[in-house]
Design a protein around this ligand. Structure first.
Ligand code: IMP
Ligand code: MG
Length: 181
């Protein structure tokens, strides 16, 4: 059990389990993107660890760039997505793979995808380590998903609770027993 701010969290996925899911995702991408020079766009902050470990397992020629978006405050989605740092790589005719840590309501990507598509890429797909199908409210198609999880708040491996927990090697789920001591 770990404590971050006022909440406690219990172990959910080990670093080894996470790496196993990433290797499976990477081998699908490697097979699908031979000679396509994919341009990965990693969504900061949450995806920094996933992006790093995913790219270490990609063996086709590729490039990566980063954007910073925000739609979360505390444990609730705030509902408005702001691009904080725009990516600067030309996307016209490129095969884009967006890297996300987690797709929750889908709002972030639903608002971000038109920005990408407006630049006329050859293709756009999404790779997300985690998807919460029970929370999905927007129509986004996550082709490469590491793992589907229940609609519970998690931290670790890049994911934070009000800034804390991003450094953890494992993923933890919020303790919903009501006993947060
Ligand atoms: P969405 O726009 O509702 O799909 O939320 C996507 C973003 O919210 C993700 O990129 C995360 O940064 C954040 N997020 C969603 N669920 C969680 C969670 O369980 N823990 C920490 N951050 C989360
Ligand atoms: Mg994120």
């Amino acid at each position: 059990m770990i404590k971050l701010h006022d909440k406690s969290f219990k172990p959910y996925l080990t670093g080894n389990e996470i790496q196993g899911h990433i290797k499976q995702l990477a081998s699908r991408i490697n097979a699908d993107y031979q000679n396509k020079l994919p341009l990965f766009i990693a969504v900061l902050n949450g995806s920094f660890m996933f992006a790093s470990d995913l790219l270490k397992n990609i063996c086709v020629d590729c490039e990566i760039s980063f954007v910073k978006l925000a739609s979360y405050q505390g444990t609730q989605s705030t509902g408005s997505v702001k691009t904080l740092i725009g990516q600067d790589m030309p996307m016209k005719n490129r095969n884009i793979i967006i890297i996300e840590d987690i797709v929750d309501t889908g709002k972030t990507l639903y608002e971000f995808l038109p920005i990408i598509r407006s630049q006329n890429p050859a293709s756009v797909e999404i790779a997300s380590l985690l998807v919460k199908p029970g929370a999905l409210k927007y129509d986004v198609n996550v082709k490469y998903r590491g793992l589907e999880i229940p609609n519970d708040f998690i931290v670790g491996y890049g994911l934070d609770y009000d800034g804390l927990g991003r450094n953890l090697n494992d993923i933890y789920v919020i303790n919903s027993t009501g006993n947060n001591d």
